[in-house]
Design a protein around this ligand. Structure first.
Ligand code: COA
Length: 175
């Protein structure tokens, strides 16, 4: 990575292609070896299509924060207010950290932790009392980071990815 500073700002509709490309690429480099290729391809073409990301960027229930270096997008987070999971349905005033992705060459530099702290600030600013996320069980690295920043397991949720059914931990942090 260059020595240029990392800048954090809200995501904008014109970031749709960069977020779509970064999300699909990091998802692939992180998870491809653990998933059937067909399932991966169909999931990416839907969840990370530019159209889908642009719709999320326009959705008033969704907030994006991006990190850039030299105007290149290197990380993003996505918060969403209109989601839940069965094991936390009774929990009032919550917001989901739905996506957190850092470009491969920028991982391990503290960007993920910075974005996690930013997610909490954003959640507090809109009045949420809890922040929750779903973390795929084999993703031990992410699970460790969430636990080290105060998230605790609240249950499990099944997640359909193409023809595969994946198991996620539901993790919650009181903020
Ligand atoms: C998980 C992810 C968001 C973390 O962001 P990051 O910028 O790489 O993490 P940070 O540099 O902020 O490091 C956070 C902590 O993880 C540790 N860490 C960093 N890289 C690590 C690695 N390869 N293995 C184990 N721990 C690691 C750091 O030491 C740090 O802990 P510390 O503060 O106690 O020292 C990022 O690596 C990523 O995008 N991974 C692929 C996609 C993914 O799994 N997303 C999350 C679930 S959808």
């Amino acid at each position: 990575m260059s020595e240029s500073p990392i800048t954090y700002r809200y995501g904008r509709v014109e970031d749709d292609e960069a977020i779509s490309e970064l999300g699909a690429r990091v998802f692939t480099s992180t998870f491809a070896s653990l998933l059937p290729q067909n399932d991966l391809a169909s999931y990416l073409s839907e969840a990370y299509s530019t159209t889908n990301i642009a719709a999320d960027l326009r959705n008033p229930s969704v907030t994006f924060v991006v990190a850039t270096v030299d105007n290149t997008l290197v990380a993003f987070l996505q918060l969403r207010r209109d989601t839940s999971a069965k094991c936390i349905d009774q929990m009032e005033s919550k917001i989901q950290l739905q996506r957190l992705y850092v470009s491969e060459k920028c991982q391990g530099l503290g960007i993920g932790k910075h974005l996690l702290a930013r997610a909490e600030r954003e959640a507090r600013d809109i009045g949420a009392k809890n922040i929750w996320l779903a973390s795929w069980k084999p993703n031990h690295k992410a699970e460790r980071i969430y636990e080290s920043t105060g998230y605790v397991k609240a249950g499990e949720i099944a997640f359909a990815l193409g023809g595969s059914t994946l198991e996620d931990w539901v993790m919650v942090k009181s903020i």
